[in-house]
Write a protein that binds this ligand. Structure first.
Ligand SMILES: NC(=O)c1ccc[n+]([C@@H]2O[C@H](COP(=O)([O-])OP(=O)(O)OC[C@H]3O[C@@H](n4cnc5c(N)ncnc54)[C@H](OP(=O)(O)O)[C@@H]3O)[C@@H](O)[C@H]2O)c1
Length: 159
């Protein structure tokens, strides 16, 4: 099992790293201005205020579990927004509907009272692109982890 500790260089994060290593987990910790310095922990630098960077890190590490302890006194961007970036990156929520990008575009257009016929839609084969025709993001794990019900995109945009 691989654990990602965002804030691994902090007081709490370091202790989580230590205990996870002792339990036999494969542990990756993050630092920002300090160092993780826990034997057996691979460390990566990340700034949690950078949402894309957090997402990229989680995608690269592919952890089984994430612990987030980023904190900076009186700094909302780190302690609140940063923690939210970590949570969002950890739970890739696909929603209950499987829709194509074209269908999503049409749904958004209808929701925003735009003319759906203005969207130029084509298919991969029509423009000579060969790739899988059916790729779905499985949200079953997210549904188990979340307390809120996962709404499908059609329900969400109709609300
Ligand atoms: N300490 C406790 O006993 C305890 C108990 C319960 C709950 N908590 C809560 O746990 C949280 C962490 O507490 P702590 O004592 O571990 O704090 P801390 O020692 O100050 O650690 C804060 C961590 O956040 C990281 N960080 C700061 N700015 C960052 C940024 N922009 N991007 C990424 N990482 C950033 C720090 O990295 P660098 O140091 O590398 O910059 C460090 O790893 C707080 O919300 C606290 O209230 C703490």
């Amino acid at each position: 099992m691989r654990l990602l500790v965002v804030g691994g260089s902090g007081f709490l994060g370091r202790e989580v790293c230590r205990r996870a290593v002792a339990t036999g987990w494969d542990v990756v910790g993050t630092h920002y201005s300090g160092r993780v310095e826990v034997p057996g922990v691979a460390s990566h630098r990340v700034d949690v205020t950078d949402r894309a960077a957090v997402r990229e890190l989680v995608t690269r590490v592919r952890p089984d579990a994430v612990v987030g302890t980023p904190y900076r006194y009186a700094d909302w961007a780190v302690t609140a927004d940063g923690a939210a970036h970590v949570a969002c990156a950890a739970v890739e929520v696909a929603g209950a509907d499987a829709v194509s990008r074209a269908e999503l575009g049409l749904l958004v257009a209808r929701r925003d009272r735009l003319d759906p016929s203005a969207l130029r839609i084509t298919t991969g084969p029509a423009v000579g692109v060969r790739r899988s025709t059916e790729v779905r993001l499985d949200s079953a794990r997210a549904a188990v982890l979340l307390r809120t019900r996962l709404r499908g995109v059609a329900e969400l945009l109709a609300a």
